[in-house]
Design a protein around this ligand. Structure first.
Ligand code: NDP
Ligand code: BG6
Length: 487
């Protein structure tokens, strides 16, 4: 199935940190794929900016290598990479000093078009960058800034950062990235909920027993040990990605699919989240891979901190205090070095109130599973009669819609989250970006959980590498006579 691509008007995008890991792995390959798809036009300009002194030719080489390494299978005709590289420019700029700003200003103020500034640098540079953009006359109404995570490390720092950015930019100019919101299936979640009559009447505590959100990764902390050990799974994943998924599942139908209508509803969910009881949380740290401890060491070795109390796994139960969800628990779970890479949301419906088939037929429940990755798709477990003679025995079978099967061999056009989000910045659509008050509300819920661990001096439990997390996580479910979906 070929989707229609509407080109965006030529734009200027300055990538601060244009030589860094994120720019090379995600941002530049995403732009290249939009170029190949015909959405980004040749007249657009991408300006890498960092302190390293290099000329345009050298930077074009950096970009070319990044695309070969991180987007090797992009189907793009011969010569297209060369054309794309013509859009690439570079300025040596110091976010903390005056070097390069005059040249950058000259480059971007020459034409009347959207100007976007991607802050792909350490969070400590977000404030100085905003200040300098304003100081050099680059923060006018055409300007948009794209701010990467982490957005603060608690409520106080997030507030401070929001305050700093607000001094130079309106909220309508600030695009806070949560790349989970750019994932195809995450948006499909809204389409499923609000585009079908089928589910909405059942979408409440009267019919839903509980909801599970799992984001499991097989990778460890990789080369980001220093950052990760200061963050942990709660700050790195739950406060943002899992929180956003929870919001989309739990929010009331917005009146329109527009940025503020959607974000108002998400905010109400976050504000209605109940504090989490300490015994409703399980934390873990992964152990070394017994078969290959050199390549996959334990968490503490990986982050080079033998006494680390930071969690690489967290599972918790929370409730939403409103009419729709009172009494329905939400179970969230995320971890590194887990058995499988698997991100899934499961809506587990209640059992039928009475079985007309007698006790031996068993009691069954429907489960709607939304798989974010891999094999994006949606499965609805339904109960049917087991085929064959000899009584009414019931079994559960999946009604499975794997997007790749339903939409053609390529699953529709596969668009990476960063491709969609960057194009939304250029189009000026903030629906899939976090608003400042949302981020603060999420920290307000997260902070007491983390402070509680610190005050009680809690140490995460070890869990087997490539397993399903610590026993405490299973006990959390067992106590409620429930179980986690298999990963
Ligand atoms: P890197 O350390 O790989 O890159 C940092 C970039 O910033 C480099 O291009 C560096 O170039 C530039 N830089 C550093 N200091 C200055 C300065 N004073 N002025 C101008 N440029 C400067 O970091 P990442 O790419 O990994 O991360 C960037 C941001 O993205 C961070 O906020 C991170 O938390 C976030 N992020 C990263 C993810 C990832 O997977 N990498 C995932 C999600 C978010 P030079 O030294 O030449 O100046
Ligand atoms: C990032 C986290 O935001 O998301 C990483 O900082 C994590 O720790 C990553 O690995 C997961 O993203 P994805 O798209 O691979 O599920």
């Amino acid at each position: 199935m070929v989707s229609r691509v509407i080109p965006v008007d030529p734009f200027d995008l300055v990538i601060f940190g244009g030589t860094g890991d994120l720019a090379r792995r995600k941002v530049l390959p995403a732009l290249f794929r939009r170029f190949c798809a015909g959405q980004m036009q040749q007249a657009s300009r991408i300006i890498g900016a960092a302190r390293t002194d290099m000329d345009e030719t050298a930077y074009r080489r950096v970009v070319s290598e990044a695309i070969h390494e991180f987007s090797p299978s992009t189907a793009c005709e011969d010569g297209t990479l060369e054309q794309f590289l013509q859009c690439i420019h570079y300025v040596t700029v110091d976010a903390m000093g005056e070097q390069g700003w005059a040249e950058l200003t000259e480059k971007v103020t020459s034409v009347d078009r959207v100007e976007a500034y991607y802050f792909s640098v350490a969070p400590s540079l977000f404030g100085p960058l905003a200040e300098r953009l304003q100081g050099h006359g680059l923060a006018d109404r055409r300007a948009r800034i794209v701010v990467e995570k982490p957005f603060g490390r608690d409520l106080a720092t997030a507030r401070e950062l929001n305050g700093t950015l607000a001094r130079y930019f309106d909220e309508g100019q600030i695009y806070r990235i949560d790349h989970y919101l750019g994932k195809e299936t995450v948006q499909n979640l809204m389409a499923v909920r609000f585009g079908n009559m089928l589910f909405e009447p059942l979408w409440n505590s009267q019919f839903v027993d509980h909801i599970q959100i799992t984001v499991a990764e097989t990778v460890g902390v990789g080369g980001r040990g220093e950052y990760y050990d200061r963050a942990g799974a709660m700050r790195d994943m739950v406060q943002n990605h899992l929180m956003q998924l929870l919001c989309l599942i739990a929010m009331e139908p917005p009146s329109r699919f527009d940025p503020d209508a959607v974000r108002d509803e998400k905010l109400k969910v976050i504000r209605a989240l109940e504090p989490v009881e300490p015994h409703h949380i399980a934390r873990g740290q992964y152990e070394a891979d017994p078969d290959d401890p050199e390549t996959h060491p334990d968490y503490r070795t990986a982050v080079d901190n033998p006494r680390s109390k930071t969690e690489s796994f967290v599972a918790l139960k929370t409730h939403i205090a409103n009419w729709r969800w009172a009494g329905t628990p939400f179970y969230l779970r995320t971890g590194k070095r887990m058995r499988q890479r698997s991100s899934e949301i499961s809506i587990v419906f209640k059992e039928t109130p009475h079985s007309i088939f007698g006790e031996e037929a068993g009691r069954h429940r429907n489960v709607l599973s939304i798989r974010l990755q891999p094999n994006e798709g949606i499965t609805l477990g339904v109960t049917i009669k087991e085929p064959g003679p000899g009584g009414m025995r019931l079994i559960d079978v999946p009604l499975d819609m794997t997007f790749a099967d339903a939409l053609g061999a390529d699953g529709g056009e596969s668009v990476d989250a960063y491709e969609r989000l960057i194009m939304d910045v250029i189009r000026g659509n903030q629906t899939l970006f976090m608003r400042g008050d949302e981020v603060e509300a999420a920290w307000a819920w997260t902070d007491p959980i983390i402070e509680g661990w610190q005050n009680r001096g809690e140490v995460p439990k070890p869990y087997a590498s490539l397993g399903s997390g610590p026993d405490d996580a299973n006990n959390l479910m067992r106590r409620d006579h429930r179980e986690w979906r298999k990963i």
